[in-house]
Write a new protein. Structure first.
Lengths: 276, 439
């Protein structure tokens, strides 16, 4: 009886904490997004005297000739493409690096570590992009995001492949499967938990990246959603209500996706935890 | 066991989508040609603050109307250090827009103008720009930039209704300012001086906005400072730090000075809960946006010097439009035309519609009666010759730790003399980095 009570208390505290940490900031965003510029500049946690959310949304959408819509298309293309490439490449690399031992894989492992350690330099990267004609191109930006994220993903996949018994590969080979079929039909399906993890982590990272597109994908036709945030703030004059409306608009699509794919995400991560 | 099939289908769909999207963007991006059917297209990059974007668009529309054979495309960059880095990257990779806006003064010197920019000395509009502005966009004899709008003085924003109620007059010397504050404090209704260290840049105003006063007392100070012969730890410059400490010691500041933000400060002075707020004149635009009914209640005066005769308005000069060396041929001619257009009477009127918060530095431009009284008061200082450029336009030295040191001095954590001395140390590092002679 006593034990049940203490569990109940602990559960309540956890719920209250998560409300404070996650829902209160979100409520603040919605409230501020519903205010006039004057009220928003006070940063008070109060109910707006005039509920202007819809006006603010319209104004944000119309800013700079619907720039934000173009930014949404760009950000979606960038995120989906680069995460897709990252998942496929990193899974393949992680599998090979874990299964084969030798001078080449050791060298490759060091390159992967170097990818984590060496900081990306902006100007030389721009030179490289210019010389191969990919500067200011979405495809170039996708390659950069893939490069930035690949090392981390490879390490995740390599560690996870270690938990898959070698016997499975061998059984498939005995049944007559070639290397590609072994990977795509036997190994990749077993990697689902870590695939889900990589998709979640990297989607958030790419979608939220501000400085990458700022330097490597300049120009208004290439704007991403994070860049639109800067339309509403400057040193002495900021439209906080519009800024928060923009934040709200940017937060909603990932949130909706999470609600829809909630089951798959949790399932993927949990099945990994049990097996690992 | 997890069923393999759905995942594979999802992955395949993802891959197909990504390939399709790459193909799509490959066509749509980068299709801006330079000159088809005799038209020249130039690109123009400005800061993405709302009023700058609005003015830029109107400027482009008016310019294209006058020059039907030129098309101008607008790009925007964020302000602050992100923008600084971006501009430097664009210049060093030869990928700058044909005309771009950037700061004047020490930041302009840092982008290596001789190497990266096209000199505009021969342009006819140069004559109309105020001689006090030109050094901020010149290297040696060559002028590289055209002012992009109005300058932004720093001073003390004050509430006129408080002044009327207590029968105060605008102070011209520090002691008068102090006496005014004593009266306001004794009255007990409002805060004498609003301070907002939640945005630490606002803490620097006692020092930065005091510089024209120092320069008035000692005209050669900026040059000596650059040569390591004058320092903040000595008078007359030490006075700036002393003033801030004294204001704190006298208890003039608002209670929440340590955490209040810039927007709190604007509200306090606009609605009359504080009498003074030392800040940039851009705050007048913020009052106009957020408290339009209070816009006639506020005014602005220069931060008072020790001697009334030395009191000058410190002016942070307007940013400028520049043309990079990577712009050549037809585009260069078009870019020069566009820059010249921004300096014409028509160009000025468009800046005005975008909202102004300070005086013009171009003689073809005048402020109309419709701008807030506070701004007109600032123009008066300039017209009377009672203004001077801020230090950052006369010397390349500005230490990065000034906001933090000013917060310490203004919070009573560190005495003025110690703050000034540490700031000199901070500047020394920067001078060595810049390789200046005499350090």
């Amino acid at each position: 009886m006593k034990r049940r009570k203490s569990r109940w208390v602990a559960g309540s505290i956890a719920i209250v904490l998560s409300v404070v940490v996650f829902l209160v900031p979100f409520a603040f965003i919605i409230l501020t997004a519903s205010k006039s510029a004057t009220e928003a500049s006070q940063f008070a946690f109060t109910w707006p005297t005039q509920f202007m959310l819809w006006d603010n949304v319209l104004e944000v959408l119309q800013t700079r000739d619907f720039l934000i819509l173009r930014a949404f298309i760009n950000s979606t293309i960038l995120t989906v493409s680069s995460v897709a490439i990252m998942v496929v490449l990193a899974a393949m690399m992680g599998y090979v690096l874990q299964r084969r031992r030798g001078a080449w894989t050791t060298a490759a492992t060091y390159m992967v570590l170097a990818g984590l350690i060496v900081p990306p330099a902006v100007v030389p990267t721009v030179w490289v992009l210019q010389s191969i004609g990919l500067f200011k191109q979405m495809s170039g930006m996708i390659l950069i995001e893939v490069t930035f994220g690949l090392s981390f993903c490879v390490l995740l996949f390599r560690a996870f492949v270690a938990t898959i018994p070698r016997e499975l590969d061998e059984a498939a080979t005995v049944d007559g499967a070639g290397p590609l079929r072994v990977f795509f039909l036997v190994v990749l399906p077993l990697l689902k938990p870590v695939v889900v993890t990589v998709i979640v982590v990297q989607s958030v990272a790419v979608f939220n990246d501000f400085s990458g597109p700022l330097y490597f994908l300049p120009g208004d036709e290439n704007a991403t959603v994070q860049a639109t945030l800067y339309n509403f703030q400057s040193q002495t004059l900021s439209q906080w209500n519009l800024l928060f409306t923009d934040v709200l608009l940017i937060t909603v699509p990932p949130l909706v996706l999470y609600i829809f794919f909630n089951r798959q995400i949790v399932e993927g991560m949990v099945s990994g935890a049990v097996k690992g | 066991m997890i069923e393999p099939k759905p995942l594979r289908r999802n992955l395949a769909a993802l891959a197909a989508l990504s390939v399709a999207s790459i193909a799509m963007t490959g066509c749509s991006v980068g299709s801006f040609g330079s000159s088809d059917d005799g038209k020249t297209t130039i690109t123009f990059q400005n800061f993405n603050a709302a009023d700058a974007v609005k003015a830029s668009k109107q400027m482009i529309a008016a310019f294209e109307e006058e020059n039907p054979d030129i098309t101008v495309k607008l790009d925007t960059i964020p302000g602050g250090s992100d923008g600084d880095n971006l501009v430097k990257t664009q210049l060093s990779t030869g990928d700058m827009d044909d005309v771009f806006a950037y700061n004047s003064g020490s930041l302009f010197q840092a982008i290596r103008p001789e190497q990266n920019l096209v000199p505009l000395t021969e342009e006819s509009w140069v004559e109309t720009v105020a001689p006090s502005y030109l050094p901020a966009v010149s290297v040696g004899e060559d002028v590289y930039g055209a002012p992009s709008g109005t300058s932004s003085p720093g001073g003390v924003l004050y509430n006129k209704t408080v002044y009327e109620r207590l029968g105060l007059s605008v102070p011209t010397a520090w002691d008068e300012f102090r006496a005014n504050n004593e009266k306001i404090l004794a009255d007990g209704e409002v805060t004498p001086i609003e301070q907002t260290y939640g945005d630490s840049w606002t803490a620097q105003m006692f020092v930065l906005a005091d510089f024209a006063n120092i320069a008035a007392a000692e005209p050669t100070w900026a040059a000596e400072y650059t040569e390591n012969k004058a320092h903040y730890a000595d008078e007359p410059a030490l006075q700036s730090f002393t003033n801030q400490q004294q204001a704190f010691d006298d208890g003039f500041f608002n209670e929440d000075f340590a955490s209040a933000t810039y927007d709190d400060g604007v509200r306090a002075v606009a609605t009359g809960t504080a009498a003074h707020y030392p800040i940039l004149s851009g705050a007048i635009s913020a009052v106009e946006q957020n408290y339009p009914e209070n816009i006639d209640d506020i005014g602005m005066f220069a931060l008072p010097a020790k001697n009334a005769a030395d009191t000058r308005l410190t002016v942070f000069l307007a940013s400028a439009f520049y043309i990079p060396k990577s712009t050549t041929g037809e585009k260069l001619a078009a870019a020069k035309k566009f820059v010249a257009f921004t300096q014409s009477a028509k160009g000025c009127s468009i800046f005005l519609e975008g909202g102004v918060s300070g005086p013009f530095v171009n003689s073809t431009c005048t402020l109309p009666d419709s701008v807030p009284e506070a701004v007109q008061g600032l123009q008066q200082y300039v017209d009377d010759g009672k203004s001077g450029a801020a230090l950052e336009y006369l010397s390349p030295l500005k230490g990065p730790s000034l906001p933090q040191l000013a917060v310490e001095v203004g919070s009573g954590i560190r005495p003025a003399a110690s703050g000034a001395q540490l700031y000199d140390e901070d500047v020394k590092k920067q001078a060595k980095q810049l390789g200046l002679a005499g350090w």
